[in-house]
Ligand binder design. Structure first.
Ligand SMILES: [Ca+2]
Length: 204
């Protein structure tokens, strides 16, 4: 290297340092939103352990909108959606068959043929499953009949447990059991064509 070349080298090296600084600045600038996003994601999921996969806390909204899933149970796993109704006390007709109580729709319902307190429905989960609760939505008639106010539950033929409260709208009751076949028996009703809009069996 000669003296003649040195200034050029120095200048070019200085330019290089400036270029590096600019490059670092640009990278740092580009990283700002990434860092902010990371910090916010950590804040959302760090507040407690009960978060959904999206990192957002599960918020129950949307109460009683026809045709949508039952709101108060939104964070619980509804086993009924994959279950089968294997027996009912009676069905008013095919449009009000037992399967309508486990189809996930609030626009359809199972109705018995005037069974009142004697109405029952049997739901098969397909395999022995841990059960943590039941959400019951009674059907109701405009004349005040067909409302179920309480019901009992028998799992795999065991003695009935309950009665559990029911009533207009969704009523959720906790219970702890392991079983496959869930027999739900109306306990107190206002009589008539009792049945259910939806019966949700919660579990793992
Ligand atoms: Ca239904």
């Amino acid at each position: 290297m000669t003296d003649h070349e040195r200034p050029d080298v120095a200048a070019s090296s200085q330019d290089g340092r400036k270029g590096n600084l600019l490059l670092l600045g640009a990278i740092g600038f580009l990283l700002i939103p990434v860092v902010i996003g990371w910090a916010m994601a950590n804040r959302d999921s760090g507040s407690d352990g009960d978060t959904s996969e999206s990192g957002m806390d599960v918020v129950v909204t949307n109460a009683d909108v026809p045709g949508t899933a039952a709101p108060a149970s939104a964070s619980r796993n509804n086993l009924s959606l994959a279950a089968t109704v294997i027996e009912t006390s009676s069905d008013f007709n095919a449009d009000f068959a037992g399967a309508k109580a486990v189809d996930g729709s609030l626009s359809t319902e199972w109705s018995s043929m005037g069974d009142g307190d004697d109405a029952y429905i049997v739901i098969d989960l397909g395999t022995a499953t841990e059960i943590t609760g039941i959400g019951f939505r009674t059907r109701e008639m405009s004349d005040g009949t067909s409302v179920t106010n309480s019901y009992t539950v028998s799992i795999d033929g065991a003695d009935p447990i309950g009665p559990f409260d029911a009533g207009i709208g969704l009523v959720v009751s906790d219970l702890a059991a392991i079983g496959q076949v869930v027999w739900i028996d109306m306990h107190t009703t206002t009589g008539g064509n009792t049945g259910a809009v939806e019966i949700e069996i919660y579990g793992s």
